[in-house]
Design a protein around this ligand. Sequence first.
Ligand code: DOR
Ligand code: ZN
Length: 348
Amino acid sequence: MTTPDRLTIRRPDDWHVHLRDGAMLEAVAIHTARQFARAIVMPNLVPPVTSAEAAAAYRRRILAVLPDGCDFTPLMTCYLTDATDPAALAAGFADGSFTAAKLYPAKATTNSAFGVTDITRLTPVFERMAKIGMPLLIHGEVTDPAVDIFDREAVFVDTVLIPLRVRVPGLKIVLEHITTAEAAAYVAQAEAGIAATVTPHHLLINRNAIFNGGLRPDAYCLPVAKRESHRQALRRAVASDSDRFFLGTDTAPHPRHAKEAECCAAGVFCAPFALEIYADIFDDLGALDRFEGFASLNGPRFYGLSPNEGTVTLERAPTIIPDSVGAAVGGVKPFRAGETIGWRMVEP
Ligand code: DOR
Ligand code: ZN
């Protein structure tokens, strides 16, 4: 099969980003805004974004660090806690303050200390969300320390997600950053109303990368990368004709001192060349014809939004990923730093 040297697709969106706040926000937001028209912004700040007012203020801080005329729309999310009020959440969705709500099981990941301790207690919140069509975005890992870290996603699907869908039918769910064959198979085959984001790193690395010649902080994120057979299942899922898989980078920058620490922070900073890296992956899969669906169409369709107007063009050209970006925050190392990838975005 011949592959084109130029690829023009509808403007894409990133359905899962961590933009942070303060100096880090200032350093990283432009990378997401360069490539994507919209992004679902995760609410795990300290303190987390739990109210419409906090989301509006955060949205203003994001827009304030972007250059004038930058055509980028942050889509805000509400961090669910044990105390989330269904009426306040619904009001925030109705007035556009929130596009979705994020469920972090307590202590599952970075800044999830305020997360939900018992998902069954949130049933009234989920019922309200189902009624108004508000998507629930899930970090799908159980937190029971007795469950092996490599099994936490698959166990979550069986013991939490499937029962939740029985309890609250009609709830629209995005299973975020899936890493396992079990999650991919469930999302592909389950009753409608479920979709999944897939990160570039989980399509490119398996768990060996975390231990390659020593501990590799830059390959450590949550959920952790799994064994090769799982990576292959994710690659098959995004290249398949299912419209339930879409682009969500989970770009999660941390300062170097937090990555290169006795206790390394979880997160892969993949924002700077995310779209180009995904194009490389789809090229490698011989699935460039599926790329637009994954990057620009499946996400909006699931969220009930229109695809973006306008297009972006990528061209086949060697692109070197820099070693570091964001000098003002001491430099953050991007995913695939120093490597050469095969695509670049043609600037309009
Ligand atoms: O690796 C991760 N980093 N996974 C998450 O779920 C959170 C994120 C972060 O905020 O750093
Ligand atoms: Zn995330």
